[in-house]
Design a protein around this ligand. Sequence first.
Ligand code: GLP
Length: 244
Amino acid sequence: MAIQLIVKQNYQEISDAAFAVVRRIVTDNPRAVLGLATGSSPIGLYQNMIADHRRNGTSYAQVTTVNLDEYIGLGAQDDQSYVYFMHDNLFNHIDVKEENVHLPNGMAQDTAAECARYTALLAQLRQDVQVLGIGANGHIGFNEPGTSFDSTTNIVKLKDKTRLDNARFFQSLDEVPTHAITMGIANVMNAKKILLVANGENKADAVRAMIEGEITTECPASILQKHPDVVVIVDEAAASKLSK
Ligand code: GLP
């Protein structure tokens, strides 16, 4: 099995182990392309990157970043947008250059053109590592169950479950956007390495389906079984439904 599974005791340990992977990539190649993710799962990783940058001077000045996804209709000024999240949680606190930071534009007028632009960009910027969280229904990025494994950047109608799960970041469920733009599954799979972090019992079914389930579009993350270099770092609660 290609997926390397690491089970840790708690969120800090997950974040430390994930940081060790990212740090190695950046120190081996200061010009690395980092594929990044939003959601609560990678926040500890980003905090470790910031602390290490401050303490040890690890530099991101030549690094390029590509993010997974963005809500349609939210822009940089909107504190629920992913572009805002990434600046707030990481980019504003390290020395990455703004011109080297890329996210899909949720404010684009022509969404089809924006999808094509982002897919073309990703073809130029193959991720040395793609950081992922996982949705409780097995989604990666915003690629919901049923998405083709061949998909490239696309516009998604969010499932009710995903909107509910993400409503905690908004004032009310009504404010959660109905659509998002996301890197496709083929764009994720093109990364040289994949680093997925998950914690909590809420993720246990998705983690089991990803690692032990059949490879099916019903669990988008199950396609990771076919990637040659995947590290999955979870806590005991997220690992609790695995058979061994
Ligand atoms: C959102 C994001 C995903 C993320 C998922 C899980 O749907 N688009 O990239 O993996 O949430 O979020 P969390 O890490 O907060 O559980």
